[in-house]
Design a protein around this ligand. Structure first.
Ligand code: B12
Ligand code: SF4
Ligand code: SF4
Length: 372
């Protein structure tokens, strides 16, 4: 017979020792949040993130991930820090500024599960998750009381604030739930009012297709016209709804840990240089960062749009070159940026004349008309 599961106080100690800031206990399943997820997917709000639809059964029933799953140790990591941008302009969502959080939190998670196993917990009675595993993380965090579910749809801790990354360990052990989280949005609607694309379509509900975090990270190919100007200077992701949040001011100081250190690529690369980024440079300089998720072409596409929005006219020659890129997203973004800058319009027209992809051609035509 295996020894009893360590008591919650000890698990909490282990989790803090492993490097997590918040620890709480709750059920393994999403509870009433599951129905919200089903409605959300049925409404198509996930856009092209097919993996969410494919994984729906596992998201709703954690037993499919861990047979006998009953409880969850919910974990939070405070990534609060100052805003991040390339020297040339081009803001990057704070969560992606340091070491790729899948790796950074993965190391912490291994420390925690090793400590649990040292106390006699069997490895096959645990399943850990960080973002990419089909677990509805906000639901587990909200139920365990890591923080409250906010109108932005994020989990906020009343004292630590909104800059929280989530992780969890599913267990075959059931826990008495931790105390519910304190705090709530009250009458505030700042995030809904400030979101530049109206992506928070109702309190607690984000239409991912409208969210800059989706268009700049998850979406492949062209960014829809309607969101290009709204993207402003965001090169990767978006923090506007979190920056607008009154709980933001309560964020603690940045972590003094090596994982939070700015990724070197963000200190050395500039927007214009990104447009000429080779696959070799991408693999050499841009590993170990969550920004890899956008892909090389995605980042170049985003850079072109930011250059257009920032009015950087001296970027015209590299944008003209990008009109010949093999990626449809980059070609359309370059044409749009040139039209917006009012430079290289003739080159954009020539690119349109030789374009064989009908969708890209239509996109370029719209850009030429928009700024004609
Ligand atoms: C897909 C995804 C996205 C998509 C869709 C986001 C969304 N709001 O749905 C996009 C690409 C847009 C995105 C953006 C961001 N993301 Co994201 N994303 C995910 C991912 C992989 C799945 C989320 C999901 O299933 N969404 C579907 C919706 C329906 O579920 P949900 O977001 O959890 O929303 C809840 C509400 O809808 C709620 N609900 C709504 N109404 C009601 C009413 C009642 C009564 C109840 C009970 C519940 C309820 O039920 C859901 C479950 O709790 C998770 C990781 C994971 N495995 O969970 C990270 C995750 C949610 N993302 C995260 C982060 C940090 C971000 C960004 C801040 C990144 C950035 N700066 O660019 C933005 C924030 C945008 C925003 N306002 O949400 C963190 C959030 C941490 C936190 N404190 O909340 C997560 C948990 C990753 C992590 N491991 O830390 N993301
Ligand atoms: S991340 Fe940006 S675009 Fe997405 S909901 Fe928040 S403010 Fe809107
Ligand atoms: S900005 Fe206001 S409404 Fe939005 S999450 Fe923060 S407190 Fe809630």
């Amino acid at each position: 017979m295996s020894p009893p599961f360590p008591r919650p106080g000890l698990v909490e100690e282990m989790a803090r020792e492993a490097g997590f800031d918040l620890v709480a206990f709750g059920p393994a399943g999403p509870g009433e949040h599951g129905a919200k997820l089903e409605e959300w997917i049925a409404a198509g709000r996930h856009g092209e993130m097919d993996y969410l639809e494919r994984n729906l059964p596992r998201l709703l029933e954690p037993e499919r991930l861990l047979p006998g799953a009953r409880g969850a140790v919910a974990l939070g990591y405070d990534y609060g820090r100052d805003g991040v941008a390339l020297e040339s302009g081009g803001r990057v969502a704070r969560y992606a500024a340091g070491r790729d959080y899948h790796r950074a939190l993965g190391s912490r998670m291994r420390r925690l599960t090793t400590a649990l196993e040292r106390e006699g917990v069997r490895g096959d009675s645990l399943r850990s998750g960080i973002d990419a595993v089909p677990i509805l993380e906000r639901a587990l965090a909200a139920q365990a009381g890591i923080g409250f579910l906010a109108k932005s749809s994020g989990i906020i801790h009343a004292e630590r604030g909104p800059w929280l990354l989530l992780a969890e360990v599913l267990t075959t052990e059931a826990f008495a739930p931790s105390a519910p989280a304190t705090g709530s949005c009250g009458t505030c609607t700042a995030c809904l009012d400030t979101c530049p694309t109206g992506a928070i379509v109702a309190p607690f509900e984000v239409d991912a297709r409208r969210c800059l975090s989706y268009t700049t990270i998850e979406l492949r190919g062209p960014i829809p016209h309607d969101y290009r100007a709204a993207q402003g200077d965001w090169l990767f992701g978006c923090d506007i709804c979190i920056e607008a949040c009154p709980f933001h001011s309560r964020t603690g100081p940045p972590h003094d840990d090596p994982d939070a250190r700015l990724h070197p690529a963000l200190e050395t690369w500039q927007l214009v240089g990104l447009l000429a980024l080779t696959p070799e440079q991408w693999n050499r300089d841009w590993t170990g960062t969550a920004m890899r998720r956008a892909g090389r072409a995605g980042l170049q596409r985003n850079a072109a749009i930011v250059l257009g929005n920032l009015g950087q006219e001296d970027a015209a020659p590299v944008l003209v070159k990008a009109l010949e890129d093999s990626d449809a997203g980059v070609r359309t973004a370059a044409a749009w940026a040139l039209c917006r800058l009012g430079r290289g319009r003739n080159e954009a027209m020539r690119a349109l004349a030789r374009e064989t992809d009908l969708d890209v051609a239509a996109d370029m035509r719209r850009s030429l008309a928009e700024f004609g």
